[in-house]
Write a protein that binds this ligand. Structure first.
Ligand code: ADP
Length: 450
């Protein structure tokens, strides 16, 4: 569990470091606007060159931070990663505070109301860093502020009075106001760090508990699938034996039986047949859910599509349905051929089953999508009621119109389909209109063949 917690913390730290860089781009833009506005709109006499220079420095430094983050991103998971990333976070806040103090110095010193921005930095430090580091950063901020005040009031650094902002005769450096303000500020910064770290710690603990609960649930789900896998496997072999025994009677190998007995045996055989189909689907689904990774190879899509359509040709002919396809000869996907066949058979099978006589079932290759080949399977069948659409990929779900149209059905086919598409990293969607037809659209990764 400690390793798991570490992974969650690493991910969080990585996201927050990137967030800090993102914020800094806005901060640099904001500083530029404030400098220009104070010069040209408020007509304040601020030393524009050092201020713009400082802002340019902020931009360059942010670019360096961005590059550093991109570099360390690659090493996530390595034992020293967390240490390195934390060091980078600390360094960034450290430099940020220094640059803020620099800008404040050239914009009137601690008289400038922008010293409040130190509080924002404390909030960011408390979110990003450890509690101790956040308190140390608050101390660094106070060293900078008191240092600036000390040096400007003793003449070690020039005090650039914000003329036009504060009355010329009111330099706060000559009053007790500034030391008082900084004393209050000292307490405020530590309080902000204390409050933010408390909230962040509580939230982090909550997130951690949630992540553990999710992991446990996923594990339980996997165990459940394993259990179903085992049970359905045992059921399947017993059912197959029952079926072959009944078959022996039907074929007459056990000698003549009365019509009444034969009728019962045939009914029993039919029932065991649909049970076998149900158990097979349960087995397929559980197998897909317990498998970590599908073994994939380049597969020519057209061959598989042709095969799926051939499989249903007799059934479709009986219902005078047309099966057609338009798939590119050269389309090759990176797929597991067995599960791909299963996916296509399920969708074409549903098309044939839920389309009345004389209808059409078509497989079409759509426009590619970011390295994925897109395929649609559409029919002109009974369609899916609007209220059932959000549920059709759920285990055992069957819409009412489908139950009326075809009594037999497990409601597992589409769960298997979705699991297969997911196992290939693709997506599946459905659109349908009752009485008009249904289209399933899914993506599979394109294989790169030379
Ligand atoms: P089954 O077909 O065995 O009932 P599926 O999981 O394959 O189970 O499908 C779930 C439900 O989705 C079906 O019962 C039906 O309501 C709906 N469905 C799936 N495919 C179609 C289709 N081509 N046309 C209309 N309804 C469909």
């Amino acid at each position: 569990m400690a390793r798991f917690r570490q992974i969650v913390l690493e991910k969080e730290l990585e996201e927050r470091l990137a967030w800090l860089v993102f914020l800094r781009w806005f901060a640099a833009a904001g500083v530029a606007v404030v400098i220009i506005a104070s010069q040209f709109i408020l007509r304040l006499d601020v030393p524009i060159l050092p201020l713009l220079g400082g802002n340019a420095l902020l931009l360059v430094y942010n670019l360096v931070c961005w590059l550093c983050i991109r570099r360390i991103e690659k090493g996530r998971g390595q034992p020293t990663w967390f240490k390195k990333a934390t060091r980078l976070g600390n360094l960034q806040i450290f430099v940020d505070l220094f640059l803020l103090a620099y800008l404040i110095h050239f914009a009137g010193g601690v008289e400038n109301p922008f010293i409040l921005f130190f509080i924002f930095h404390m909030v960011i430090a408390s979110i990003l860093l450890s509690n101790l580091a956040a308190y140390l950063q608050a101390t660094w901020a106070l060293i900078l502020l008191w240092g600036l005040f000390g040096m400007e009031s003793t003449g070690l650094l020039p005090h650039l009075h914000l003329e036009g902002f504060l009355p010329d005769n009111l330099c706060l450096y000559h009053t007790r106001f500034l030391p008082g303000l900084l004393a209050v500020f000292t307490g405020t910064l530590y309080l902000v760090v204390y409050m933010t770290t408390s909230i962040v710690n509580r939230m982090r603990e909550g997130e951690h508990q949630l992540a553990i609960a999710n992991k446990k649930l996923a594990e339980q789900d996997r165990l459940k699938s394993e259990y179903v896998l085992k049970v359905s496997h045992d059921l399947q072999s017993s059912l197959s034996t029952i079926q072959s025994l009944l078959d022996n009677i039907i074929q007459g190998y056990m000698g003549p039986v009365s019509n009444q007995v034969m009728d019962r045996v045939i009914r029993a055989e039919r029932r065991s047949n649909s049970l076998i189909r149900f158990v097979k689907e349960l087995l397929d689904l559980s197998r897909m859910r317990t498998v970590d990774k599908l073994e994939k190879e380049p597969v020519r899509l057209k061959d598989r599509v042709t095969r799926a359509l051939d499989q249903f040709k007799v059934l479709a002919d009986e219902k005078r349905q047309t099966l057609s396809q338009s798939v590119d000869e050269n389309a090759v996907v990176m797929a597991n051929p067995v599960t791909l066949d299963e996916l296509l058979a399920n969708l074409v099978g549903n098309g044939v089953r839920y389309t009345p006589e004389g209808g059409q079932i078509t497989i079409r290759q759509e426009k590619d999508e970011d390295g994925f080949i897109k395929l649609s399977v559409s029919d002109t069948g009974i369609g899916i009621p609007k209220e059932s659409l959000p549920h059709i990929f759920e285990d055992f779900f069957r819409a009412d119109n489908a139950k009326n149209h075809a009594k037999e059905g497990t409601g597992l086919g589409l769960s298997i389909v979705r699991q297969i598409v997911k196992g290939h990293g693709g997506k599946i969607t459905v659109s349908s209109e009752t009485g008009k037809g249904t289209t399933f659209t899914f993506t599979l990764p394109r294989a790169h063949v030379d």
